[in-house]
Design a protein around this ligand. Structure first.
Ligand code: GLU
Length: 313
């Protein structure tokens, strides 16, 4: 389907000073995939003289691994990352998320949904990328059989188009590809899509640099910015590094790609290399901090190839 791509659509032009951020989920130790997001967001923010914020996305208690956030913060500091201001913890911001859902409710943008997973599946027009597309069953009053309610954001019959700074033009028809999406879950927890937008807005973030696995969430987030009447940041999605099993390198791959103080220089060097920056060989004997310093000077977005690919450790 053709649709006009309006590259300026409610996204901020490149402005100075930049406010970037790194927002890891504390579900395990720091691994290569997370290091890419830390490094990319840090270098891009710092080389324009901007600020770099740190947020711990401990939104979903069952997924949080005790001690993982502290260990990650200590390691980032040891590697030479310097964040600005206090670290934000999502687990302390539930009241703020509640206020924003209430604001959207007052504006008639959300509705309560009582559908069970099975009912959603049964009425889904077709499978979406991340599960069945919600068909709008409860838009005009809860029709499902569940006693508890989720709160969903009403989406439009409209294509969201934007330009990613690495992956280029993107578009998604939310109603057809996702459906009205959840902001407040039946289990009482707030959804990632809501928390990330509210936190970035409250912190004044102007630049989001993160892994390409979140490209498919970006249209939802832009839609949420619009619903709140706020301009969205610019987006840069970094290519994903796969393990040799073809899966995204993550905490679930065990020790492969785990970052430590001891292998910090090597991992940072490889991260720069993976991002196409071609760091000099002699930096393999530098300190992690020196490597990051080199990155701040030499990092160029244009050198990054927008291609998810394997990496061998
Ligand atoms: N917490 C997410 C993750 O660790 C990142 C969210 C974001 O950068 O928007 O994958």
């Amino acid at each position: 389907m053709n649709s006009p791509i309006d590259e300026n659509i409610n996204c901020l032009p490149v402005i100075s000073p930049v406010v970037g951020r790194f927002a890891p989920s504390p579900t395990g130790p720091l691994h290569f995939g997370t290091l890419l997001a830390a490094l990319g967001s840090y270098l891009l923010a710092k080389q324009s003289g901007g600020r770099w914020l740190l947020r711990v996305e401990d939104l979903d208690p069952p997924r949080v691994v005790s001690g993982a956030a502290d260990a990650m913060l200590i390691l980032l500091e040891q590697l030479g990352f310097e964040w600005d201001g206090e670290v934000v913890f999502q687990s302390r911001r539930f009241e703020r998320y509640r206020q924003v859902v209430e604001q959207l409710r007052q504006a008639g943008r959300v509705f309560d949904c009582s559908c069970t997973r099975r009912e959603i599946l049964a009425s889904a027009p077709h499978p979406g990328e991340e599960g069945p597309v919600y068909s709008g069953t409860c838009r005009n009053g809860a029709q499902g059989t569940r006693a508890e309610r989720a709160v969903r954001l009403l989406v439009d019959d409209e294509i969201i188009s934007y330009r990613d700074g690495i992956f280029g033009s993107q578009e998604q028809h939310l109603e057809r590809e996702v459906g009205d999406f959840v902001l407040h879950r039946v289990d009482g927890l707030y959804a990632y899509q809501l928390a990330v937008v509210v936190d970035d807005i409250d912190a004044g973030v102007t630049q989001v640099v993160r892994g390409a696995d979140l490209l498919s969430s970006t249209a939802r987030q832009i839609f949420l910015y619009r619903a709140l009447g706020i301009k969205c940041p610019e987006y840069f999605h970094l290519p994903l590094a796969f393990g040799d099993n073809g899966k995204k390198l993550s905490k679930r791959n065990g020790d492969i790609g785990l970052v430590t103080v001891e292998n910090g220089t090597n991992m940072l060097w490889r991260a720069l290399q993976f991002l196409g920056q071609m760091p000099p060989q002699e930096l393999l004997s530098a300190t992690p901090g020196e490597l990051i310093g080199w990155g701040v000077k030499h990092f160029r977005i244009a050198k990054i190839s927008a291609e998810n690919r394997p990496i061998d450790f």
